[in-house]
Ligand binder design. Structure first.
Ligand code: NAP
Length: 327
């Protein structure tokens, strides 16, 4: 879609990154930004050259010139923010994890369908060239049948009781904040319906999971996954097949580098596509292309994928006896 008017709801860290990607992408315009306060909205709007800024989220949702709203609030706010946007007739790209649970997600999907609107979780990994390359290698049979996936997403985050990562009331915790990536990664290569889910976690002092480890069992293979706020790693990922393997050497989807190995362990192909902006430009362009085609769901990240990963996370949380406020 050319000349797409984007609205950004919330002005935190990822909103800044996304604003840069919008400003980088041809045909995309950062039309309006909204914050809970006028002051922050103005500062953000001026910094990223938005045409308008609003000191309330509702004003953005009700602006008739907005084509699509990117929601960048904390997890626990997504449900009410997305609901407001959809009810106001706006297409929505909502940050991950899209909601806290399936009940909230199902309600939003029903509204989006009833209103005939585009709705997608911002799983930017799926639009990145390195990830698309791995998908292409697997679907063209270069590694044979996929037997195993290993993916870690961990970092050492300094404890701060005010940071959303550690706040249960804002939907904090490693599983929902970053675990959604390795889970989605595994599902893309082994399937969205594991036969068995075995998981464990460490609940930290703010009563959210500081680390989560998951084993997904499939008929012919498994995924070994980890997400953590309390350890550093280079975050590699592997897809192991019957005829070869694929390795993301670091930050498994955030960088542009991915390697294809044969079954003797030799590198047979390497793809290295540094991101021209910050990586989010691929997601911006993808959403606009969906809108241009009149799609109501992304063809790379359809809502049934989002529902399936939510179910996996719910199963983990149920096994841990972990629930968010109000659940
Ligand atoms: N795709 C990615 O790579 C990626 C990376 C990081 C985060 N994320 C996701 O993006 C979302 C935001 O993450 P972030 O790191 O940008 O968080 P952040 O820096 O803490 O910003 C969150 C923003 O949400 C707004 N907000 C609304 N209600 C709030 C409340 N009750 N308490 C605090 N802030 C509130 C605030 O903006 P206003 O004050 O302007 O209203 C705040 O600046 C999360 O869902 C996270 O999972 C995605």
């Amino acid at each position: 879609m050319s000349n797409c008017n984007w609205g950004i709801m919330a002005t935190g860290k990822i909103a800044e990154t996304f604003a840069k990607a919008i400003n980088y992408t041809d045909g995309a315009k950062l039309y309006a930004a909204a914050s809970r306060t006028e002051e922050k909205a103005k500062a953000f709007g001026e910094k990223y050259k938005a045409e308008k800024y609003y000191g309330s989220y509702r004003q953005l949702a009700e602006d008739e010139n907005v084509d699509v709203i990117y929601i960048a609030s904390p997890m626990a706010q997504h449900y009410e923010n997305a609901k407001m946007c959809l009810l106001a007739g706006k297409n929505v790209l909502c940050e991950k994890t899209i909601t806290l649970n399936s009940a909230q997600l199902d309600e939003l999907i029903a509204i989006a369908k009833e209103k005939d609107l585009f709705f997608m979780e911002a799983m930017w990994m799926k639009m990145l060239p390195a990830f698309r390359k791995a998908k292409e290698w697997v679907s063209s049979g270069k590694i044979g049948e996929v037997r195993a996936v290993k993916a870690d997403l961990t970092s050492m985050c300094r404890y701060d009781e005010n940071d959303r990562l550690f706040r249960k009331d804002l939907g904090g915790g490693a599983l929902l904040d970053i675990g959604v990536y390795p889970i989605t990664f595994a599902c893309e290569f082994l399937g969205y319906q594991p036969k068995e889910i075995i998981s464990n976690c460490v609940i930290g002092k703010s009563d959210v999971d500081f680390d989560a480890s998951m084993l997904l069992r499939y008929e012919n293979g498994y995924a070994d996954l980890c997400a953590a706020f309390n350890m550093d790693n280079c975050n590699p990922a592997y897809i192991i097949g019957t005829k070869g393997s694929i390795r993301f050497p670091e930050w498994f989807f955030c960088t542009g580098r991915v390697l294809l190995y044969d079954d003797d362990g030799n590198i047979v192909e390497e793809s290295n596509d540094p991101h021209p902006c910050n990586g989010y430009e691929f997601e911006v362009a993808h959403v606009m292309s969906c809108l241009e085609k009149g799609l109501k769901e992304s063809d790379l990240n359809p809502l049934w994928h989002t529902k399936a990963t939510m179910k996996i996370m719910e199963k983990c949380r149920a096994d841990w006896g972990f629930s968010y406020n109000g659940e």
